[in-house]
Design a protein. Structure first.
Length: 700
């Protein structure tokens, strides 16, 4: 028994795909095959799909939010009856393919294992109904495809035939009169208008004499080339979009282009399988009828723009980030003047972020009760996008609404994530605006992308506020006032967008003439770091008030952290102060050394003989160092966020800090602390900063 070759298998797979397309009256068919990792889908074959689109979707991950990925991952049928359904469920794909079509995605399986996925597309309307007969045809085709793929994979044959998908032309599968092309060309040449045929690659396969005359080209020089490359004046994204729209939606489209000699030509695209027949006619110089919505708004967000927007939204960590991206990418396309994301708390509305609205308008809006739709509002559904061309239409649905900044039209995009309503995105126009079908579909798809991004920002904001609240509750609200000691403390979190840190400081009153100061930094930037910071502060406070020396305080705290097995390490500097004798005893667990400064003298870096970070070795011991404190001298304690910069040596950074810290007589400590923060480096901080300044004053 002979084993079929790879070419034979590919040919049989192609025949199954072509047969399924024609038997179900679809106009696009695509087959994907799982790679050896079973994590990636490669497009093996496509029919009726423009080659540029096929290449853009040639590789998908099974985890991607795409219909065929879901069909393979969940081993089920995915059915999308129209463009609106696609936009709600798969906004990224709807933005990349802003055309009208219905889609079904099936898993290809055999022997209880999934080997790939299969997609069919139909023009929207009655013809796109997924009947039981069509399902039977598709299931049979998928089973046959699986029966071909399974033995090939079991024999170790590569899962895909190449890096690029094969774009099929079904005509060779049917018998054609060898003279039919000449007959067709002669027939078309008798017509006054021009015709040319383009294949799925956009290449010219046939051009009539009238078309060649209108386009001012020589047919032999054009046939076999992509139309936009043979005639660069047609190389425009808008014209390419009209060609793709005809192919993908299987509906006729039209555009007008200017010839280099000044003439206007009309191009009408009539789709087939595959490719289009293009009718070319001159445009009369008389005034034209008003353009249709499709011609008035020919541009939607393209594939490159959509991918850039989706990637950028995935990195957004605040609501304002989301709004700024929507404003930058979407408002220039849809010509809107303002955008805002609304959320609600305790029955009142809150503007989470906005662009284009005035500050006065936002202030008037914030805190108002949530506006409810009228019970009789025509066609309004809370969880679906709604569009209002005028203020009168808006008031008809929301009679209690307040008009902000005299806007005249609105698109309301509900933000639903994980089955929960988390807000609404509002795009506003400063004048009445009729929303075309293309705009409605684009906004519906955008709503899904914005919802996903805002959910991440919303959850991050809640997590960040919780962690920040926890950290603030663990830091001392007020430091004790101790005779013989002037003090100032500052804490600055990392740049918004970074997680919360574990920097801490404290001042402990130990007696009439005694005090202790501590500063530290828990490894990490999350709630675990903040919680561990609270445990460290509590342990240090307990051992300090029990009379332990600085070395003993760190030794006992280190042992506690080692027992907790937190897998987090902590740097810490602890010192006791004898304010009457003007002495300090200090010990360090891997923390940056303090600075000792006096007006008129160079600032000194105190050698602390630092030991291991807390939490590494339970048996570690810490040396105590004694230092004299002249009257008027200032001790500066800080965390590494004040000095650390990528690519800079830490020792050099500490020396630079000592060199620039030159306190003068009478300058308030709070000003000195602020100057240290301001001079700590760029505005975009990657770490939080804690600073504690202690000035030795005359003891009474």
């Amino acid at each position: 028994m002979s084993i079929p070759s790879a070419a034979d298998e590919s040919s049989r797979l192609d025949e199954l795909l072509i047969g399924a397309v024609f038997d179900t009256q679809a106009h696009v068919g695509v087959m994907y095959v799982l790679d050896d990792s079973r994590q990636v889908l490669h497009m093996e074959t496509a029919m009726g799909l423009p080659a540029t689109v096929a290449r853009a979707w040639a590789r998908l991950r099974t985890s991607d939010p795409m219909p065929v990925s879901v069909a393979v991952r969940e081993q089920r049928l995915v059915w999308l009856c129209d463009r609106e359904a696609l936009a709600r469920e798969y906004p990224s794909m709807a933005l990349a393919l802003p055309y009208h079509f219905a889609l079904a995605a099936f898993p290809i399986h055999s022997g209880g294992t999934v080997w790939g996925g299969f997609i069919l597309m139909w023009p929207t309307g009655r013809a796109s109904e997924l009947t039981s007969r069509r399902i039977d045809v598709i299931n049979d085709a998928c089973a046959r495809m699986g029966d071909l793929l399974r033995p090939a994979r079991e024999r170790g044959r590569p899962s895909t035939s190449g890096l690029q998908p094969r774009v099929l032309d079904p005509h060779p599968a049917h018998s054609i009169d060898p003279h039919s092309e000449l007959i067709a060309l002669e027939l078309f040449n008798r017509l006054p208008e021009g015709y040319c045929c383009l294949d799925a690659q956009g290449r010219v396969t046939l051009m009539t004499a009238p078309a060649a005359e209108l386009l001012a080209v020589n047919p032999p020089e054009v046939v076999g080339k992509r139309l936009c490359k043979a005639m660069p004046w047609l190389d425009d994204p808008v014209y390419e979009d009209r060609y793709r729209a005809a192919i993908v939606s299987h509906q006729a489209t039209r555009f007008i282009a200017g010839h280099p000699d000044g003439r206007k030509l009309s191009f009408q695209c009539y789709p087939g399988i595959p490719g289009v027949t293009m009718r070319v006619t001159p445009v009369a110089s008389t005034p034209e009828a008003p353009p249709s919505d499709a011609e008035r708004h020919p541009r939607t967000i393209g594939l490159h723009e959509m991918l850039h927007l989706a990637v950028s939204l995935a990195r957004a960590v605040t609501a304002q980030d989301v709004v700024d991206l929507v404003a930058d990418f979407v408002m220039p396309v849809c010509e809107a003047q303002a955008v805002a994301i609304l959320s609600w708390e305790s029955g009142r509305m809150r503007v989470a972020a906005s662009r284009g609205y005035s500050r006065q308008g936002i202030e008037r809006f914030n805190g108002r009760p949530v506006v409810q739709a009228a019970p009789s509002a025509p066609g309004y559904e809370r969880d679906k996008p709604s569009f209002y061309a005028t203020w009168e239409e808006f008031r008809e649905t929301f009679p209690d609404a307040h008009r902000i900044d005299d806007m005249g039209a609105w698109a309301l995009l509900p933000l639903v994530a994980s089955g929960q309503s988390i807000g609404t995105c509002v795009l506003a126009y400063d004048r009445p605006h009729r929303f075309s079908d293309s705009e409605r579909a684009m906004f519906t798809a955008l709503g899904g992308l914005i919802a996903q991004a805002f959910e991440r920002a919303w959850l991050y904001d809640k997590k960040h506020r919780l962690a920040e609240s926890l950290q603030e509750s663990l830091l001392p609200r007020e430091l004790p006032q101790i005779p013989g000691l002037d003090l100032a403390a500052r804490y600055v979190p990392a740049t918004p967008g970074m997680d919360i840190g574990g920097d801490f400081y404290d001042l402990i009153h130990l007696g009439d003439t005694m005090a202790a100061a501590v500063i530290g930094d828990v490894q990490g930037h999350d709630m675990t770091a903040a919680a561990l910071m609270g445990q460290v502060r509590t342990a240090i406070h307990a051992h300090a008030t029990a009379g332990a020396t600085p070395g003993e305080v760190l030794t006992h705290t280190n042992r506690l952290l080692a027992e907790l097995a937190s897998d987090r390490f902590t740097s810490c500097l602890y010192l006791s102060l004898d304010l009457e004798q003007r002495l300090t005893c200090l010990a360090s667990a891997g923390h940056p050394p303090p600075l000792l400064a006096r007006p008129g003298h160079p600032t000194r870096i105190i050698d602390t003989s630092p030991g291991l970070l807390l939490g590494i070795d339970p048996d570690a011991h810490y040396t105590t160092t004694q230092v004299a404190l002249p009257a008027g001298s200032i001790l500066t304690l800080y965390t590494d966020g004040l000095i650390e910069q990528p690519g800079h040596d830490l020792g050099t950074a500490i020396a630079d800090l000592a060199r620039r810290f030159t306190p003068s007589h009478g300058r308030p400590l709070r000003d000195l602390a602020q100057s240290l923060i301001e001079r700590s480096g760029p505005d975009q901080r990657i770490d939080d900063i804690a600073v504690l300044l202690l000035r030795i004053t005359p003891f009474h």
